[in-house]
Design a protein around this ligand. Structure first.
Ligand SMILES: [Cu+2]
Length: 95
């Protein structure tokens, strides 16, 4: 009986750690060359077109973007490239 309970708990935590790997990641990036209040919209639009990107918040004053994405579908290099491609080089902020 106890063994069954322990097995169930182990199976549950294994499933949960699997889910954690496929979870959303949130990263901050520095965005270069934003020169007016419209620039953040361009960056945001470009990043949101990347498959797997769920949320983008661009801060014009801080020159940063906070990006939430599904790490099974895309990665930070792809998101940064999307911004770079429209004229705003993006680099990951080191934690
Ligand atoms: Cu602008």
């Amino acid at each position: 009986m106890n063994r069954l309970i322990i097995t169930t708990i182990l199976a549950c935590s294994a499933l949960m750690s699997l889910a954690a790997h496929a979870e959303e990641q949130t990263v901050e990036m520095n965005i270069e060359k934003m020169t007016c209040a419209m620039c953040p919209f361009t960056v945001r639009k470009a990043m949101q077109q990347v498959d797997g990107v769920h949320k983008v918040e661009v801060d014009y004053k801080k020159k940063t973007a906070v990006v939430t994405y599904d790490d099974t579908k895309t990665d930070t290099a792809e998101v940064a490239q999307a911004s770079t491609d429209v004229g705003y080089p993006a680099t990951l902020v080191a934690e």
